[in-house]
Design a protein around this ligand. Sequence first.
Ligand code: ADP
Ligand code: ZN
Ligand code: ZN
Length: 748
Amino acid sequence: MSSAPAAPVLSLESAPAPAPGAPTVQVALPLPLPQLFDYAPPPGSLAGADSIGRRVRVPFGSRELVGVVAGVGCADADTLLRDAREWLDPVPLLDGEVWRSLQWLARYTHAPLGEVVSTALPAPLRRGEPVPDTHRWGWRLTADGDAQRVRQRAGTRPQRLCQLLADAAGRGTALDEDQLDDLMDDWRSAARALAKRGLVERMAQVHVAPVPMLGAGPVPNAEQADAVAAITGGTGFGTFLLDGVTGSGKTEVYLQAIAACLARGRQALVLVPEIGLTPQTLARFRTRLGIPVHVLHSGLNDNERARVWAAATRGEAQVIVGTRSAVFTPLPNAGLIVVDEEHDGSYKQQDGIRYHARDFALVRAKALDIPVVLGSATPSLESLHNARSGRYVHLRLKQRAGEARPPRVRVLDVRKRPLRDGLSPEVLEGIAEHLQRGHQVLVFKNRRGYAPVLLCHDCGWTAPCRRCDAPMTVHAGGRRLQCHHCGARQPAPLACPDCGSLALQPQGIGTERLEEHLGEAFADYPVIRIDRGTTNRRDALESQLARLGDQPGILVGTQILAKGHDLPRLTLVVVVGIDEGLFSADFRASEKLAQQLIQVAGRAGRATDPGEVWLQTHHPGHPLLETLVHGGYHAFADAELQQRDAAGFPPFAYLALLRAEAQQVEHANAMLTAVRGLIAEDAPVERFGPMPAPMPRRAGYQRTQLLLSAPRRQPLHAVLDAMVPRIHGLPEARKVRWSLDVDPMDLY
Ligand code: ADP
Ligand code: ZN
Ligand code: ZN
């Protein structure tokens, strides 16, 4: 939901009047406008209850749009409506549970249904293309082909293909295209030539559900067995928080619950964070479940996504594993939803329709009346709160599975210690020791680039981004500057633009600088940096880790390294520079930091070699670190929940954040002031703002915000229900880009 463009009002031009009381279709269009649009049904067709959920192509101003029929009605006698151009679906594309859930989502996010639908659909369907076929295609000889087969010249491709098809026909089957790929090179050109002469034909194969061939897994321990029994033993909807330390065998629990779901002939949907969807994970699912696992992630092209969507809609895809937007997959035969790493921030979409995939998964599971499992070693405070108050079943896995022991954690006080490029002598010694034992070391630093700031040592000038209120990050060993907020790049200046001094120095430490320093200090070992700068493509992480293999070496990186690939040779995790995170103003900063620390620590010692975690800090006595190190994540969560309760933050309050951006701050403020004026004086919500956003200028736009808070969800939504449709009509909203974020993850 961004700013409203100058929208053509429903055009009344030149359409013939339908007969009085003629049926109309109410169409949800992908526009940032809060209403449905009325059209006469496409010429020659009727509208009825079975029109709902079908796509239509409609004229809109001078354009054509694809929308979904959300209702049918009757035109007033004196209304002139334009005709919809054509139906795009013979039967509803969206119906049943998924359609109702999308309508719920539109109400909950206060976003136009048309935009929600367009977020939910794969791009080809959004554009109006037909639902792709998911048949396997087979080939067989025609009667002519069979008769003429013997006359083919021996040894040619067409003859070999005919022979293969004849053999298959002898066994009573056709050959499908995958089988042909295995049996013969370049069979397609031969098939095309033969098909032209009418000797072979292509036919759709009937879908036969593959039977799961469960692979062997470890015998579950008692905690795992209890968890599986709880999840599979109930009937209908239930939410299970699978709260298990890293390496405790949560994935084993998912696999067994999915196997039970498949045994009942039902579909399972598994959501994973973007970086958690490794080929290793998929291979584990495939070999253990023994059926095709359909994958949905951002690396697929549009057509592949649409095919998986279609296979799920037809009930052919039995297991779907995917990232955030996979939560929109229709599941006509649903049995289970799993949300792995449920605390992960990537489940929240941060632009367009700001939905939370975990929360929407719960809504769907309830509507589908099936169990949903939320798994994490560091559950979100929301989920923990719900588990403790009895709304979720709390399943704990307290032990690491198999041989692995929990890592030993050590806090290194580096106050007054000499640091070289951010590393203390103890840390360098520790790294050397683990490498000499033939092990691997992970150095975690949550800061990409060479250094966070370029500083003039003579006058104190720091290189700012011209379009944002933030310093630019130093990259490429000091040669380049890059803004991590708007992406702006420029060469680093040679001299200070304020005083002309040449004493420009990169300040602070990023992953690039650590890589450089570690590469010099440990020249005999590979040092591999992994962050968003090096892993733009999703397979890049894999190939970089493959480069390291089982050899001793060092990984340097950001939180990308906190999960994903199993690294059995990794025995030391060094965390540097967490101090910035200890003093962030955002209400979720502590939670995120604690989760990151625990997750990255969990990478150490996952196999039989014991692991160690070293935290290098200037604040060894900080309460967050003390609680986390001595009491673990749950002790931290207890303390943090108390603070949230006292301060009136989620999960003890419900928030909605209106963000406004404009070239001039007055425009943004005027709009939010007008919005505030739409709220009744006595409405039971607290309102904060308009006030500058924590980052008041980004990419050249001035940013302000209005925060609404209420101790219960219902009154907040009542206010939004009354307010949001009227925002679209505010004259102050015209010069402003605005968005509404219900349940914001942070206040930036
Ligand atoms: P998590 O998902 O909690 O991180 P995994 O399910 O990946 O944990 O399990 C961690 C490791 O322990 C894996 O190598 C897995 O095969 C192994 N494992 C899991 N459960 C058991 C068990 N009951 N007995 C032995 N090994 C197990
Ligand atoms: Zn200077
Ligand atoms: Zn910038």
